[in-house]
Unconditional design. Structure first.
Lengths: 298, 189, 279
C-alpha cells in the first residue's frame, strides 16, 4: 500500500508536465486543422515536410511478397503510411473472336472506405476509377504483360490475369504504391502449366508444374505535387495532396524510358519553364525508380 | 486528493479496489457500473480525483463545450458553422462534418435585440463558442454570449489578418480599415 | 449483360473459370481422405496474430491473422450522422472481400456473401458498445478480408478484430467481444478417425473440415463479463450437445480474449497511453 501511495505521488508532477507537452502537440494539430496551408508552408520554409523528411525526399518503402495463399501472386507495399495489397488471380476464358491469339489482363484499384474517412462504401469512386484506368493504360501500353504470352490454345483458351489492388491505409500517393505492388506481385506470380484438351474442350492444369509470367517492360511510377507554384514536392501525403492544385506523375521503365506522364491542374513553378519542371521531376524520378527497382529484384 | 494507478485497464475490467474504496465514488468518464462493480469502458489508466473515478484513455473528441468552428453560411437570423476543434483538440476529419448554428439571440450577452448578424460574423471567420445543446437533427446549437467567446481569427475584405481593437471591432493593420465583429476577448488580457 | 455492365471497373471477359486441376493420382487420394488434424489438437484453437493501430487514417484499427484468414478492420467515429436525429449512436458495419481473398476469385458485384456476414457481425458487436453515449453520431466499422478459408472463421476472427479496432478507437464498450467456432464432425462419412476422438468435436475448423460438419456453432461472447452476445447454430445438434458445444466454444474464447487483451495493451502503449515513464 505504501508503495502505491509513493508511486502515485511521484507520478503526479510528471503527469502535469506531460500534459503540458501534449497540449503543445495539440496546439500544433489544431493549427494544422485550421490553417493547413500556412502549416505546410512553415515547414517548407525550414526545409522540411510535416512528416519530418527533407522537402525533396521520398518516404520509406517496404515490400512483402507472397503472403496471400489464395492468390497466384501477391504483395504488400508500404510507402510511408500508405499501404497497398495486390493479389493476382488467374482464370481461363475463351479468347475473343477478334483477337484469337491473345489473353486478357484486368487491373483494378480499389480504395475502400476502410482506407480513409474520405471514401464511402459502395462502388469505386472517381479516384479509384481514375487510378484503375491509369494502371490499365500503363500495363497495356508498356506491354508489361504481353497478351500473346497468355494464350493456352489459339481461339480456344487463354489466361485471364486479374490484378486487384486493395488500399488498406490511404496516406497519399496511392498510385505509386499501387504500381509497385502490381509489379512485385506479377513477378511473384506462379501459374500452373495448362493444356487444352481438344476432345473434351477443356483446359486442365498441372498440380506440380508452375511457371512465372513472361514480363516485358516493368514501369515504376513517381508522383509529385506543386505547392503554391513554388515547391515541387515528391511523394505527397494525403494531408499535403489537398493543398496541391497541380500534380505530376512520371512512370519509367528499366531503361528510364517513359511509360506514362501525366500532369493534372494548371500551373507550374513560378520562374521556371514547364520544360525545366518536368526535367527536374524526371531526374528525381530516375533516381527514385532505381531505388524501387532494387526492392523489386529482391 | 487525486490518486491513480499505473496499470492499463481494458473495457470490462474492474477498477482496482484501492480506487473504489468507500466513500463510494461517482462515475466519471470511461467507466460504468455493472453488477455492483465499477468497470472500465475504454482502454486507459484508472484515476480517482476526490469523489470521481474515471479511466483516462486516448484524447477524446466528445461533444463537449468550448468549440472552435468556421463560419460557412450567414443568414439574418443565424450563422451556420462547421465544427473543427473541441476542447482545443481537432475533431476527426471525415467526409461528414459536424455542423452548428449560432442563433441571433445567442451571439451576445447584452443588447440581444440590437444584434445584426453581418456586424458580428463574416464568412470564413474562426469562432470560439460553447455548445448549448445537441440541437436539432442537423446542427448543434452554439453560443458566443460571453466575453471570451466570439471571433478569434478573421481576415479583412482585402484578405489580411485582422487584429482585435475592441469588443466589437477588428483592424486590418496594413490598410488601417476597421471591421465590425463579435470579438472574443484575447487570452491573457 | 448490358444491364449489369460495370462502367466503374476495367472490363473483364464475360465468362472466365478458375483453373481446373488434373485429378490426383488414386493412391494419394486415399491418404488425403477424411484424415485427422495433424497440425493441432481437435480442441486447440488456430494460432492468432493480432495488432492494433496499423491504419493511421482511421480512428481505430486492427489486423488479425488466424490460420488461413487475414482481415484488416478500421473504425471511423464517432462521426456526425446525417439526419434524422437519433438519441443514440448508430453502428454501421461493412464486410468486404478482396477479389483475391478466396478460391475461386470473388468477382465484385456478384459476391453476395458479405451481406449476411455483415448483419451477423453487427448483431454480435452491438451489445458490446455503449451506443447511448453517442447521440447523433455514427460509428462506422469496415472490414476487408484479404485471405479466407472457412467462412465460420471469417465470422469469428471478424468479431475479434472489430472489437479490437473499436477499443483502439477509444469508444466506450461494455467489454471486449471475441468469436469462437465449434463444429461437430459427422460420423456418417467421418470414417476412420472418429472412433478415436470420443465426441468428434473440432474447434476452429478449416475449410476442408467444415465441409464434413454435422452441426456447427459460432459464438460471440464477452468473456470479461461472462456474456454471450450472439449465437449462430447451423446443422443438426442435440440440445445437450449444443450446450456442451457452447461451453467449449466459450472456454476457447477465453484464450482468444487473452491474446486480444495483450494486443490492446501493447497498442495502447504505442499510442502513449500508460504509466508515465520516469524522466
Amino acid at each position: 500500500m505504501a508503495a502505491t501511495a509513493s508511486m502515485s505521488s511521484s507520478v503526479q508532477p510528471e503527469a502535469s508536465t506531460s500534459s503540458g507537452a501534449t497540449s503543445a502537440a495539440a496546439a500544433a494539430t489544431v493549427f494544422q486543422r485550421l490553417h493547413p496551408s500556412q502549416y505546410l508552408s512553415r515547414f517548407l520554409a525550414q526545409g522540411y515536410r510535416p512528416d519530418g523528411r527533407k522537402v525533396r525526399s521520398w518516404r520509406e518503402v517496404s515490400v512483402n511478397v507472397g503472403s496471400i495463399s489464395t492468390a497466384h501472386g501477391s504483395s504488400l507495399v508500404r510507402m510511408g503510411d500508405t499501404t497497398m495489397v495486390c493479389g493476382i488471380k488467374a482464370e481461363i476464358a475463351e479468347p475473343s473472336a477478334s483477337t484469337p491469339n491473345e489473353g486478357f489482363v484486368v487491373p483494378n484499384i480499389d480504395l475502400p472506405a476502410l482506407s480513409s474517412s474520405r471514401f464511402k462504401p459502395g462502388p469505386p469512386g472517381d479516384e479509384a476509377q481514375t487510378y484503375s484506368n491509369w494502371l490499365n493504360d500503363l500495363v497495356v501500353s508498356s506491354r508489361t504483360l504481353p497478351l500473346s504470352s497468355l494464350i493456352i490454345a489459339p481461339g480456344k483458351a487463354a489466361w485471364v490475369i486479374y490484378i486487384d489492388v486493395v488500399c488498406i491505409n490511404y496516406d497519399g500517393n496511392a498510385f505509386d504504391a499501387a504500381v509497385l505492388a502490381v509489379m512485385t506481385a506479377l513477378k511473384n506470380a506462379r501459374l500452373p502449366r495448362a493444356t487444352y484438351d481438344d476432345d473434351s474442350g477443356r483446359t486442365i492444369c498441372s498440380r506440380t508444374e508452375r511457371f512465372p509470367l513472361q514480363l516485358g517492360r516493368i514501369p515504376l511510377s513517381c508522383s509529385y505535387g506543386i505547392f503554391e507554384s513554388t515547391h515541387l514536392l515528391p511523394d505527397p501525403t494525403s494531408f499535403e495532396t489537398r493543398l496541391l492544385p497541380t500534380t505530376l506523375t512520371i512512370a519509367l521503365d528499366e531503361s528510364d524510358h517513359a511509360c506514362l506522364i501525366r500532369q493534372e491542374g494548371l500551373g507550374g513553378v513560378l520562374g521556371a519553364s514547364g520544360e525545366r519542371v518536368i526535367g527536374e521531376a524526371w531526374g528525381m524520378a530516375e533516381e527514385r525508380a532505381k531505388e524501387l527497382r532494387e526492392l523489386l529484384e529482391d | 486528493m487525486a490518486s491513480s494507478s499505473t496499470q492499463i485497464l481494458l473495457p470490462g475490467q474492474p477498477l482496482p479496489s484501492s480506487l473504489t474504496a468507500p466513500p463510494v465514488p461517482q462515475l466519471g468518464s470511461g467507466v460504468y457500473e455493472y453488477g455492483g462493480k465499477i468497470l472500465a469502458s475504454v482502454i486507459g489508466i484508472p484515476k480517482r480525483e476526490g469523489a470521481i473515478v474515471s479511466v483516462i484513455g486516448r484524447e477524446e473528441s466528445g461533444n463537449t463545450p468550448d468549440v472552435g468552428s468556421v463560419v460557412t453560411r450567414l443568414s439574418p437570423l443565424q450563422a451556420h458553422v462547421t465544427l473543427t476543434t473541441s476542447n482545443n483538440r481537432p475533431l476527426p476529419e471525415s467526409s461528414e462534418e459536424f455542423v452548428g448554428v449560432i442563433r441571433i439571440g445567442d451571439v451576445r450577452l447584452t443588447e440581444r435585440d440590437k444584434v445584426k448578424m453581418g456586424e458580428c460574423f463574416r464568412l470564413g471567420d474562426l469562432v470560439k463558442a460553447n455548445v448549448l445543446s445537441l440541437g436539432d437533427a442537423r446542427s448543434y446549437y452554439l453560443s458566443t454570449a460571453a466575453n471570451e467567446l466570439g471571433v478569434v481569427y478573421a481576415t479583412s475584405e482585402s484578405g489580411n489578418p485582422l487584429v482585435p481593437v475592441s469588443y466589437q471591432e477588428m483592424e486590418d493593420e496594413q490598410t488601417g480599415k476597421r471591421e465590425r465583429r463579435k470579438v472574443a476577448k484575447p487570452e491573457g488580457i | 449483360m448490358s444491364a449489369t455492365f460495370d462502367r466503374r471497373r476495367i472490363p473483364a471477359p464475360e465468362h472466365s473459370t478458375p483453373p481446373i486441376y488434373e485429378p490426383l493420382p488414386s493412391s494419394s487420394e486415399n491418404e488425403a481422405g477424411p484424415s485427422r488434424r495433424t497440425d493441432r489438437g481437435p480442441l486447440e484453437s488456430r494460432p492468432i496474430f493480432l495488432k492494433t493501430g496499423l491504419i493511421s487514417q482511421a480512428n481505430g484499427s486492427g489486423y488479425i491473422e488466424s490460420g488461413g484468414v487475414k482481415i484488416a478492420c478500421s473504425v471511423y467515429g464517432p462521426r456526425p450522422k446525417p439526419p434524422p436525429y437519433s438519441p443514440q449512436g448508430s453502428l454501421n458495419l461493412e464486410v468486404k472481400f478482396a477479389p483475391f481473398a478466396s478460391d475461386p476469385r470473388r468477382a465484385p458485384l456478384r459476391d453476395t456473401e458479405p451481406l449476411p456476414l455483415s448483419a451477423l457481425l453487427t448483431q454480435s458487436l452491438l451489445p458490446t458498445i455503449h451506443l447511448h453515449l453517442y447521440p447523433k453520431s455514427s460509428i462506422d466499422i469496415y472490414l476487408v478480408v484479404l485471405e479466407s478459408d472457412a467462412l465460420s472463421n471469417v465470422l469469428s476472427a471478424g468479431l475479434t478484430v472489430a472489437s479490437a479496432a473499436v477499443a483502439d478507437a477509444g469508444i466506450d464498450m461494455y467489454g471486449l467481444g471475441v468469436g469462437g467456432v465449434l463444429m461437430d464432425k459427422s460420423s456418417v462419412d467421418g470414417g476412420v478417425g472418429v472412433g478415436v476422438e470420443e465426441d468428434g468435436l473440432l474447434l476452429d475448423p478449416s475449410k476442408d473440415e467444415e465441409t464434413r460438419a454435422k452441426g456447427m456453432i459460432v459464438v460471440g461472447s464477452m468473456p470479461a463479463l461472462g456474456k454471450v452476445t450472439n449465437l449462430f447454430l447451423t446443422g443438426e445438434v442435440d440440445v445437450d450437445q449444443a450446450v456442451d458445444m457452447i461451453d467449449k466454444a466459450i472456454s476457447a474464447s477465453k484464450e482468444t480474449h487473452t491474446i486480444l487483451a495483450q494486443a490492446l495493451v501493447e497498442g495502447a502503449e504505442e499510442r502513449g497511453i500508460g504509466p508515465v515513464p520516469a524522466a
